[in-house]
Design a protein around this ligand. Structure first.
Ligand code: HEC
Length: 204
């Protein structure tokens, strides 16, 4: 956590009169203690997953609605760390992207180190009209490219959203795929093509 952010968090913890409601500290502590007590490291799932960074600490502390100054500061820090693709080459192969978006495998305790990591997008988003089932925690991405176009700004926005959703929506439920290292640049390019390619089932 940078010094600037730590100072801002401390200042806000000491109490702005108009700060939004805080989560119940004792309940938060009990939940974290229970998680530390009950989880055990297995396979690729290590106990470091229980370590909270500044974003998670702040979102927990303010029940996903932190003071706007802190939200802007942390979002700017997350956005500054987004790595955009080499040569502005945003789009890969939509077929590989489809396989990644529709796979929830990888990085769980029962996956060996060799199991390829998917994006798990279907678990929260509607994507292609051919899908039998999908989650609705996130907004529908059906016909994403067709509806939203392919402007340089939109490609950049979508890349940053997949790389680190918390760079534009601090307490988003969407995982930080690039930021956490779960997906690499080539994989994000394939998923981008799945969202934007006119031939992709997302846009047909
Ligand atoms: C655990 C649920 C979850 C998963 C998994 C997930 N998302 Fe999301 N996504 C969300 C939520 C919630 C939002 C809305 C809040 C936000 O913008 O961060 C969102 C927003 C988005 C947006 C912005 C939509 C818009 O209209 O601006 C895009 C694009 C997106 N997700 C793409 C993806 C892709 C691609 C994947 C897979 C690599 C993925 N998401 C995986 C929950 C998820």
């Amino acid at each position: 956590m940078s010094i600037r952010i730590s100072v801002a968090i401390c200042a806000l913890l000491l109490g702005l009169p108009c700060a939004p409601a805080l989560a119940d500290d004792a309940a938060l502590r009990t939940a974290l203690e229970a998680a530390r007590r009950d989880f055990e490291a297995r396979g690729p799932a290590g106990l470091d997953r229980l370590d909270l960074d500044a974003v998670q600490t702040v979102c927990n502390r303010w029940a996903n609605n932190p003071p706007s100054e802190l939200q802007s500061l942390l979002q700017a820090e997350q956005l500054a760390a987004v790595k955009y693709p080499e040569g502005g080459n945003y789009l890969g192969d939509w077929k590989k992207g489809e396989a990644l978006a529709q796979s929830g495998r990888g990085l769980t305790w029962s996956d060996g180190a060799k199991v390829a990591t998917g994006g798990n997008c279907y678990n929260c988003h509607e994507l292609a009209s051919t899908e039998l089932a999908y989650g609705t925690l996130g907004p529908s991405l059906a016909r994403y490219g067709q509806r939203r176009g392919r402007s340089p700004d939109l490609l950049r926005y979508t890349w940053a959203k997949i790389y680190n959703a918390k760079a534009s929506s601090l307490c988003s439920n969407m995982p930080r795929f690039g930021h956490s290292g779960a997906l690499g640049e080539a994989q994000i390019r394939h998923i981008m093509a799945y969202l934007f390619d006119p031939q992709s089932p997302v846009n047909r």
